[in-house]
Design a protein around this ligand. Structure first.
Ligand code: PHE
Ligand code: ZN
Length: 853
């Protein structure tokens, strides 16, 4: 009812148009009478006109609400229903607004606002979902305390803050901390809790609960430990303490995102909190620990200090991702975490930044804010903070953060506020640094070197290819961490951070006995693409000798890419020197197993496509696939005699513990198993599958077998064993598509959409199938176009059910201009078909239009 005419260009919102709301909201009281198809919501909100308001229009957002009645100070009033909400004539002094609305949670498949998941009521309000619950100034700069009464016969009824009373058929909650509406939450249903407790540094006892559906109680212990570790870490590292008597986490099966930081009542996609050794892999455990930390850390960076408007989203998300990465580095392995993050950044953010969906970490316009929960806002937003920390130094970083919490507690802030605390704490001018927030695109940094008479000079040149709508690119501040090695492998200059501020700039190092080998961009000190002419033997030297673990991995990764690129372009055989280097590394038991596993993991095929594209070639997905297969097969053969020994030596015995150490060993063991399976007909993998007592080993065996087309029996057995576990079933769906050969990928995915357990209504299941299709590079981009077609058909079908998930998954097409004209034409046809769908959501409309523009 509030949507624009079908497919008309929707309204665009601009950062420059920001205006504060003309009223203070003093308090909010909500009463819910729960009923699946007809929930009544009564609101009583005290508004006070602001004396200095530029604009005193009284407009409340509201969507998909049936207004039953409205009153001001107890007297019925007539509100005017307008596009996206209502308007009303109101007094010029403080007044009480009351409204009663009816909503239909059972019909809400968009999973935004109040909806039902497996018979349980739950809410999702970020970014603009609260307006589907009641009429309200639904914007993050309007903050208020909330009192909530829930009436219904659900055994458990939760909201934000502390419980203030409960009886037969009702429960009341009060949240003393003023908050924007996007942090509101309500959960009601048949839930059981896994309890815990935490004593804060000032001695306050906090009750902790993880609430789950009966049957899932056994999967909460790990999440509870992760929560306690997060609470302790935030006290130790940032001095931040929890501020309520109670902290609740709820697991829901149907959720668009990973999790949500609602004040005192975090709501999680069950895939991001439920864990057990039998059902979760090492990667799942690591991710769950990180997401629990992320949502908990939002209590300060997001909730106590929130965003003025949604353009500032990276203020809370970039910072909170940065904080959760610090946490994971502290809990596990710092270099491994950094390498994983850079792999993810290159896989998700670089393509975004280099394609039609490019936007700065702080965008300046949007049609649908849900489309801006992106890798750029989150991951690049975190990288920008990492650069800032590197530039000002650790002590100054924490000094600035302390000032941020002291100065802005209880406020809704901007990137300007954030940078100002750094300027005030350090005296540094950050105006040039601020370009990172306003410019899109990944800078290229070209490096050249010179050596004469003991002096070594590095010259850097930066440039950024212009992304959509941003023609001019001023030079940015780029921190480049550099160390120098002597030709015998000793470090002759420890890491130093060079500050590149000009378009072209040189740095010299004196007093060197011989020409050094440079190690540039250590720890990946800036999110840029480094371009440097170098040789494979120098890369091999760094892989063997660099003292910076990130750059050691990076050298191996660059080598792997060069070898693949040569195979694809010239039909070359896999480089023998590289194979030897890999062999040496795998067999070197002195080396960290996690590191060896990472070096043994090939660059993704999509990454090779991107590299070819950057170098001016049109990637052929089938050739990239063939090169990957040939390479892996050759590596397996080269290692043939040592594989059984290596497999045995890296097998982790004893009870499964999901720690970093065990995970690293298992990751290496799984890589070796997949190589071994190419040679032994699947014997070892079948044995491992049969004896595995944890999902990591069971899944690794199944994946190795399926990849070798030897896993039919095990796949059937896996289904039989796990068909009642939704999260494990997601793995089963995804793995079949991930392992399919290019010519059968689309058909495999299509068949799975006919499976009785496939559902459009569960985002995890939809993503398991369609995400795996888009993630199988050669299969998705198969010349037949069947992959494109299948994805488009399913996105069209999903759009009317769940626009948010549809729009996000459209991004699978964002790299389309990399490919040849035939593929481009096929994709364009599909994008146009999506765009022509009648009643297309605003979300999907925006994404597809941007990709076509
Ligand atoms: N704010 C959530 C997070 O980053 C993500 C989210 C956004 C969840 C929108 C739901 C909807 O932790
Ligand atoms: Zn977040």
């Amino acid at each position: 009812m509030n949507d624009a005419a079908p497919n008309a260009a929707p309204q665009t919102f601009y950062l420059k148009d920001y205006k504060p709301f003309g009223y203070e909201v003093e308090s909010v009281k909500l009463t819910f009478q729960l009923s699946p198809n007809a929930t009544k919501v009564h609101s009583a909100i005290r508004f006070t006109p602001k004396a200095d308001a530029e604009d005193n229009r009284f407009f409340l957002h509201g969507e998909q609400l049936s207004l039953i009645s409205a009153k001001i100070d107890g007297t019925p009033v007539t509100a005017r229903l307008v596009d996206g909400g209502l308007e009303c004539d109101v007094p010029r002094t403080s007044f009480l607004w009351e409204a009663e609305v009816e909503i239909d949670p059972a019909a809400n498949t968009a999973l935004e606002g109040l909806y039902m998941s497996n018979g349980m009521y739950c809410t999702q309000c970020e970014a603009e979902g609260f307006r589907k619950i009641t009429y309200y100034p639904d914007r993050p700069d309007v903050m208020s305390t909330f009192t909530v009464r829930i009436e219904g016969d659900e055994p458990v009824m939760l909201s934000n803050g502390n419980p203030t009373g409960a009886g037969e058929g009702w429960a009341e909650w009060h949240d003393p901390w003023p908050k924007p509406a996007y942090l509101f939450a309500l959960v009601a249903g048949d839930l059981v809790n896994h309890p815990g407790s935490f004593t804060t540094k000032s001695g306050k006892e906090v009750e902790l609960n993880i609430w789950v559906r009966p049957g899932d109680e056994g999967k909460c212990a790990f999440g509870m430990e992760a929560l306690k570790k997060s609470m302790k870490w935030d006290e130790d590292v940032y001095g931040l303490e929890y501020d309520l008597d109670l902290f609740n986490i709820v697991a829901v099966d149907d959720f668009n995102m990973g999790a949500m930081e609602n004040k005192g009542l975090n709501i999680f996609n069950s895939s991001c909190v439920l864990a057990s050794p039998e059902t979760s892999t090492d990667a799942n455990f690591e991710r769950i620990e990180a997401i629990i930390a992320h949502e908990y850390f939002h209590n300060w960076t997001g909730n106590r200090i929130t965003c003025r408007d949604w353009f500032q989203l990276c203020l809370k998300e970039g910072l909170t991702v940065f904080r959760d990465a610090q946490f994971t580095a502290d809990m596990r392995s710092e270099p491994v975490k950094r390498i994983e993050d850079v792999i993810a950044l290159r896989a998700r953010q670089f393509p975004e930044d280099g394609g039609p969906l490019a936007h700065p970490p702080r965008p300046e316009e949007f049609q649908e804010i849900n489309n801006f929960y992106t890798a750029t806002v989150y991951e690049k937003g975190a990288e920008v903070i990492g650069m800032l920390k590197r530039l000002v130094g650790d002590d100054n970083y924490y000094k600035a953060l302390n000032l941020y919490f002291e100065r802005h507690d209880g406020q809704a802030c901007t990137i300007e506020d954030w940078l100002k605390v750094f300027e005030d704490a350090t005296g540094r001018d950050l105006s040039q640094f601020k370009l990172w927030y306003s410019q899109a695109g990944t800078p290229r940094v070209k490096v050249s070197e010179e050596y004469a008479d003991g002096t070594y000079t590095l010259t850097f040149e930066q440039s950024t290819p212009p992304p959509p709508g941003q023609p001019e690119k001023a030079p940015r501040v780029i921190p480049i961490a550099v160390g120098l090695l002597s030709p015998n492998g000793d470090e002759v200059r420890a890491t130093e951070v060079l500050e590149l501020t000009e378009a072209k700039q040189s740095f010299t190092f004196d007093g060197l006995a011989s020409k050094p080998v440079p190690s540039i961009l250590r720890e990946f000190s800036a999110p840029v693409i480094l371009e440097r002419e170098t040789t494979n033997s120098e890369r091999a030297f760094l892989l063997a000798h660099d003292t910076d673990p990130f750059n050691r991995w990076e050298a191996g990764n660059a080598l792997a890419k060069e070898v693949r690129v040569a195979m694809v372009l010239d039909g070359a055989a896999p480089d023998a020197a590289y194979l030897d280097a890999l062999e040496k590394l795998v067999r070197d038991d002195e080396q960290d197993p996690a590191f060896r596993a990472l070096v043994l993991s090939p660059p993704s095929q999509s990454d090779i496509a991107q590299t070819l594209h950057e170098r001016g070639h049109t990637p052929d997905p089938q050739k990239i696939y063939d090169a990957a297969e040939t390479f892996t097969q050759t590596l397996a053969q080269q290692l043939e005699t040592s594989l059984p020994r290596l497999y045995a030596a890296t097998t982790v015995e004893g009870p499964y513990v999901p720690d970093a150490d065990g995970a690293g060993k298992r990751a290496l063991n799984s890589r070796i198993l997949s190589l071994l399976t190419r040679l032994d007909g699947g014997e070892q993998a079948a044995r491992q599958y049969a004896s595995a007592d944890n999902m990591t080993q069971q899944y690794a065996a199944l994946a190795a077998l399926m990849k070798a087309e030897k896993g039919e029996a095990q796949s059937k057995a896996f289904f039989e064993q796990w068909q009642d576990d939704r999260l494990v079933m997601d793995k089963w769906f995804a793995l079949q598509i991930a392992c399919a050969a290019p010519e059968t990928t689309a058909a495999t995915a299509k068949e799975l959409t006919q499976h009785p357990l496939f559902s459009m209504k569960n985002p995890n299941r939809f993503r398991a199938v369609m995400g795996a299709l888009a993630g199988n590079h050669a299969g998705f981009h198969h010349a037949s176009g069947a992959g494109y077609q299948l994805l488009a058909e399913n996105l069209i079908a999903l759009d009317s059910v769940n626009p948010q998930t549809t729009a996000r998954m459209c991004a699978a097409f964002q790299t389309w201009k990399r490919y040849d004209s035939k593929r481009q034409a096929q994709i364009q046809t599909e994008l146009e078909r999506i765009l022509a769908t009648s009643d297309l959501s605003r979300d999907t409309h925006e994404m597809v239009s941007r990709m076509l523009s």
